[in-house]
Ligand binder design. Structure first.
Ligand code: PA5
Length: 363
C-alpha cells in the first residue's frame, strides 16, 4: 500500500485538454465539477418547499428511488441513522414492504419523474396513506404528487441523474431537518459544502496528475478490475456510489464491499486468488472517525490479500461529520470515475444500455 500513488502515462494523458475534449465531447466533467455549487442550491430549493407533512406519531422514513436517484436513499440512510428518532430505509424496487404505512414519511425521488419502479412504489405508498414528499424535475411523479396534494421539491433538469446528486439527495435531508428529524444536520451541511468545494478544487482538471489524486488513481485503474471498500458507516454508502459511478462513467465492471462485513465473505474469494479474472485495484475509503477495530481490520486484511491484488490505495477524508465525509468521497469518486472513462477513451456521459433497457420495457 502506498500513501502517494505513482503517476502513470494514462494519468498524464488527463493533463492534456485535447484528450479531455476528445473523450468527453459533451463535457460531462463540467457537471461533475459543478456538484459543490449544486449542493448549496439544493438546500435553498428544499427550504422553499411548502405544506410539509405532519410528523406526529411518525414511525419510519423510507426513500424510494432507483440508480442515480436511488443513491439519495443510501446517503439519507447513512447520514440520518445516527440522528433520526425513527429507522430510515432505502427502497429500490417496485413493491414496498408491509411496514410502510400511515406512520411512514416517504420521499419519492426520481430525477426524470418517470422511472417505472419508483412510480409503482410511490403509488403503493400513496394507497397506504403514507406521508409523501416528491423530489423530481417533473414527469409523471411531479404530476401525480401535485394532483394528490403532496409537496414536490422541483429541481432543475438537464443533467444526467447521476450528476444531480445534490438535487436528489440534499432535499430529503433538509426536509427532515425542517421537520425536526435530523438534529445537527445544519452544521453538517455547512461543513459538507466546504469540504466538497475543497475536494473539487483538488481534483479539478487544471490540477496536474502529479498532484491530483483522482487523476493518478484513474490512471492506475486502467486495465484493472476495481474493488471499492468502505471502512464503515457513510464510507459504505460512498463505496456503493463509487462502484455505480465506475460502472456508468468509466464503463467498467466494479465491485464494492464494506468493513467489517467483508471480513466474513469477500476476503475468502480474494485470498484464493486462482479464480480472480483480472488484475485487481482496491480503493479503500477511510475516515478519521473509524472504530479502531475497523482500522486494525483494514491493516490485517490488506496484508493478508496483498499477493492477490495489483494494488491497494486509500482515499482519506478528515471531515468531522458523516455527511461531509460522504460528500468528500463522492466528489473524489465522481472525478476519479470520469477520469477513468476518459483515460480509457470511453465517453463518460452516455449510458446506452440503460436507455435501451428503458426503451425495450416501454418505461
Ligand atoms: O444514471 C442513470 O441515468 C440511472 O441510474 C437513473 O438514475 C435511473 O435509471 C433512474 O432514473 P431517474 O433518476 O430518472 O429516476
Amino acid at each position: 500500500m502506498t500513501a502517494t500513488p505513482a503517476t502513470t502515462p494514462e494519468a498524464l494523458k488527463l493533463d492534456d485538454p485535447a484528450t479531455l475534449a476528445e473523450a468527453d465531447p459533451t463535457d460531462f466533467l463540467s457537471a461533475v465539477e459543478g456538484l459543490p455549487a449544486q449542493l448549496g442550491e439544493a438546500v435553498g430549493l428544499a427550504d422553499a418547499a411548502e405544506d410539509l407533512p405532519d410528523v406526529t406519531g411518525l414511525g419510519s422514513i423510507a426513500v424510494l428511488g432507483m440508480g442515480g436517484s436511488g443513491i439519495s436513499g443510501e446517503l439519507c440512510r447513512a447520514v440520518l441513522a445516527p440522528l433520526a428518532p425513527v429507522p430510515v430505509a432505502t427502497l429500490r424496487d417496485y413493491d414496498i414492504p408491509a411496514w410502510v404505512g400511515k406512520d411512514t414519511l416517504v420521499f419519492a425521488v426520481s430525477y426524470s419523474g418517470n422511472t417505472e419502479e419508483t412510480l409503482t412504489a410511490f403509488r403503493q405508498a400513496a394507497a397506504r396513506g403514507a406521508r409523501i414528499v416528491a423530489v423530481t424535475t417533473g414527469g409523471a411523479l411531479a404530476q401525480e404528487a401535485a394532483a394528490s396534494g403532496y409537496p414536490v421539491v422541483a429541481v432543475p433538469g438537464g443533467l444526467m441523474p447521476r450528476a444531480a446528486l445534490g438535487y436528489v439527495a440534499i432535499p430529503p435531508l433538509v426536509v427532515c431537518n425542517r421537520l425536526g428529524l435530523a438534529p445537527g444536520i445544519d452544521t453538517a451541511i455547512d461543513e459538507a459544502l466546504e469540504v466538497a468545494a475543497r475536494r473539487a478544487a483538488a481534483c479539478h482538471r487544471s490540477v496536474p496528475a502529479a498532484s491530483n489524486l483522482a487523476k493518478t488513481l484513474a490512471g492506475r485503474l486502467v486495465g484493472r478490475l476495481p474493488l471499492v471498500w468502505g471502512s464503515e458507516g457513510t464510507a459504505g454508502a460512498a463505496a456503493y456510489r463509487l462502484k455505480c459511478q465506475l460502472n456508468e462513467n468509466a464503463k467498467v465492471i466494479a465491485n464494492w464491499a464494506v468493513f467489517p462485513e467483508l471480513n466474513h465473505n469477500e476476503v475468502v474469494g480474494l485470498y484464493h486468488s486462482e479464480t480472480i479474472p483480472a488484475p485487481l485495484g482496491i480503493l479503500v475509503l477511510r475516515h478519521v472517525g473509524e472504530n479502531p477495530r475497523t482500522a486494525r481490520r483494514i491493516e490485517v486484511t490488506t496484508s493478508l490479500i496483498a499477493d492477490s491484488v495489483d494494488f491497494v490505495e486509500e482515499i482519506w477524508t478528515t471531515a468531522a461529520s458523516p455527511l461531509a465525509r460522504l460528500l468528500d468521497f463522492v466528489v473524489a469518486g465522481d472525478h476519479l470515475s470520469t477520469y477513468l472513462g476518459i483515460a480509457r477513451g470511453a465517453d463518460p456521459a452516455p449510458i446506452v444500455v440503460i436507455d435501451l433497457l428503458k426503451a425495450a420495457l416501454g418505461s
